[in-house]
Design a binder for this molecule. Structure first.
Ligand code: IMP
Ligand code: MG
Length: 184
């Protein structure tokens, strides 16, 4: 068994940013707006895996509308926590979205390239509407022009983990959002 440096020094490499109560409050507010804006409609919630799974599970349980749930899998292969990344999708978007009200569900928007690319792939299918909901936005990091209608939190350029978000595939199971810190 390998011992990571964090275990060796007995300290966590992250600190609390948003606790469970704050997350629940903000997610309930997002759901309220969605309930009002999509009244009498059956939107398709299109989750962006993997990060969305915790946020989306909480969000849909606060939505009192008939909704359909679909997922798209996008991986941005990045080197550590830097912004250099390459986007990879699991094949073409083959979900029938023509004439549907589509709500793209992201956990975090950083450069905005992932959401922008997915939105363009949805647009060609001629949906009735497309909007984006993200739990966390990093507005200063956007590299493309984006219209994000629903956002839970705005943060700076810190790297955050937990509540579905990973650092090299770890920490997704933390029930809160933390930010990575340098333990040096
Ligand atoms: P974008 O395409 O640069 O907007 O990147 C979005 C994707 O990068 C997200 O779906 C996450 O997978 C990942 N990402 C960006 N910032 C963070 C962060 O602070 N913590 C964890 N993952 C992040
Ligand atoms: Mg990731």
């Amino acid at each position: 068994m390998s011992i990571t440096s964090e275990e060796k020094i007995g300290r966590k490499p992250f600190e609390l940013l948003f606790d469970q109560r704050r997350l629940a409050t903000v997610i309930a507010e997002l759901a309220d707006r969605i309930n009002a804006d999509y009244a009498d409609q059956t939107p398709v919630l299109l989750g962006v895996l993997k990060g969305c799974f915790v946020f989306m599970a909480d969000l849909i349980r606060q939505i009192q509308l008939p909704v359909e749930v679909e997922f798209v899998s996008a991986s941005s292969y990045r080197h550590g926590t830097t912004q250099e990344s390459e986007l990879a999708f699991n094949g073409p978007l083959s979900i029938p979205l023509t004439g549907r009200h589509v709500l793209i569900v992201e956990a975090i928007v950083d450069t905005g390239r992932t959401v922008d690319t997915i939105r363009k792939r949805v647009d060609v299918l001629e949906p009735a509407s497309v909007e984006v909901v993200t739990l966390i936005d990093k507005p200063a990091s956007h590299r493309v022009k984006l219209d994000i209608k629903y956002k839970g939190f705005s943060i700076g350029n810190e790297f955050v983990i937990g509540f579905g978000l990973d650092n090299t595939q770890r920490y997704r199971n933390l029930p809160f959002v933390g930010k990575m810190i340098d333990l040096q």
